[in-house]
Design a protein around this ligand. Structure first.
Ligand code: ZN
Length: 318
C-alpha cells in the first residue's frame, strides 16, 4: 500500500502565521497558529515549534506548501518583494526557514497568497476538474491568479495575476504600484473606504455619517444593504468597474469559472447578481455562453488549505 499523502500547509500573513496537517481529501488533521513574529529568527523558531507539534505521532509528511503575501519566486521559494509588517522576510527563501523541522528531503513549495488560493480551489474547491479559471482576492487591495490549461500562470518574472493593477481608468487615481487608475484604486476595501470618507467629509446626508469620520468597508456595505442611497451608489459604482474588468479578463483567459475570494466577498452578496449581469451583457455576445461567477468554496482556514493543496499539486507532478 502506498503512503498516505499527508502534507502541511503554512500561511504566512501580516498578523498570523497558521499551519495545518492536511490529508489528501483536504481534511485538517491538526493545526496551529501564532502571531506573526517580528524577526526572521523568530519566524524560523516559531515555525519549527509549530511544525514539530503538528508532526508528533502523526503520519509522515510528504510535502509542504507555503503561502505568503508579496512576490514570491515559486521556483526557489525566495521572497522577492514584501512591503509592510513582513518586510524582514524579503530576500529569504521560505523553504530554508522550515526545512530544519521537516523529514530530510521533504519537498517544499511556496507561492503568493492568491495563487495559493487558486491551488486550493483547484484541488478541493470551486475549480475542481477545471483547466481554466480566474480567481480574484478582494480585500484591502485586489489580487488574482489565473489557471490556464491546468497550470497556474507565473509569467516571465513571477508577476502574472496582479489583477488589482489592471488599468480601468487611464487618468484615474494614483495607485501604490506607480501606475494610475488601477482596478484596486476603484474596487478594494481601501478605495471604498476612501469614497465613503469623502462623502462624509463633503457633508452628504447619509447613514455613513453615523459610522464616524472613517467608515469601514463593511460599514459601507451594511449601509448600502440598509438602503442608504449614498453608500449604495459608492458600492454600485465600484462593482460596475469590477464587472467591466472581469469581462475584459474573460476575453483574455476564456475561463470555465470565475472565483471571488477575500474579505469583501461576504459583503458583496447584495451586489453579486448585479456583478454577474454586468459581466454577462459585456461578454455573452462574443463568448456565446455565461461564465459561472462564484464565491470561494474553501472556508477558513483557506490560507492553509490552499498551501496544502499547493503541496498536493507538487506531489502529483512528481
Ligand atoms: Zn496599481
Amino acid at each position: 500500500m502506498r503512503d498516505a499523502l499527508t502534507v502541511i500547509g503554512i500561511d504566512i500573513g501580516g498578523t498570523r502565521v497558521k499551519a495545518a496537517l492536511v490529508d489528501e481529501a483536504g481534511k485538517v488533521l491538526a493545526s496551529g497558529q501564532t502571531a506573526t513574529p517580528a524577526s526572521v529568527d523568530r519566524v524560523r523558531s516559531e515555525l519549527a515549534a509549530m511544525l514539530n507539534d503538528l508532526q508528533k505521532d502523526r503520519p509522515r509528511v510528504m510535502a509542504v506548501g507555503i503561502g505568503c503575501k508579496g512576490i514570491i519566486d515559486a521556483a526557489s521559494t525566495e521572497v522577492l518583494t514584501l512591503p509592510g509588517t513582513l518586510h524582514h522576510l524579503e530576500g529569504q527563501r521560505l523553504a530554508e526557514l522550515v526545512s530544519g523541522a521537516l523529514p530530510p528531503g521533504c519537498p517544499i513549495t511556496a507561492d503568493n497568497d492568491a495563487r495559493v488560493a487558486m491551488a486550493g480551489e483547484r484541488v478541493w474547491g470551486a475549480a475542481r476538474n477545471c483547466e481554466d479559471a480566474l480567481l480574484l482576492t478582494l480585500g484591502t487591495g485586489v489580487g488574482g491568479a489565473v489557471l490556464s490549461g491546468g497550470r497556474i500562470l507565473q509569467g516571465a518574472k513571477g508577476i502574472a495575476g496582479h489583477i488589482g493593477h489592471l488599468t480601468v481608468d487611464s487618468d484615474g487615481a494614483d495607485c501604490i504600484c506607480g501606475n494610475r487608475g488601477c482596478l484596486e484604486t476603484v474596487f478594494s476595501a481601501r478605495a471604498i473606504e476612501s469614497e465613503a470618507y469623502a462623502a462624509v467629509h463633503r457633508g452628504m446626508a447619509s447613514k455613513l455619517v453615523g459610522c464616524g469620520a472613517t467608515p469601514s468597508c463593511e460599514q459601507v456595505f451594511a449601509c448600502a444593504r440598509n438602503g442608504d442611497p449614498v453608500a449604495r451608489r459608492i458600492v454600485e459604482r465600484a462593482t460596475k468597474v469590477l464587472g467591466a474588468a472581469i469581462a475584459g479578463l474573460l476575453f483574455v483567459i476564456d475561463p470555465e469559472v470565475v472565483i471571488l475570494s477575500g474579505q469583501i466577498v461576504e459583503s458583496l452578496d447584495i451586489l453579486l447578481d448585479r456583478l454577474r449581469s454586468e459581466v454577462e451583457w459585456r461578454t455573452k455576445p462574443l463568448l456565446r455562453r455565461t461564465v459561472r461567477l462564484v464565491k470561494s468554496e474553501l472556508v477558513d482556514p483557506s490560507g492553509v488549505l490552499g498551501a496544502a493543496a499547493l503541496a498536493q499539486t507538487l506531489l502529483a507532478r512528481q
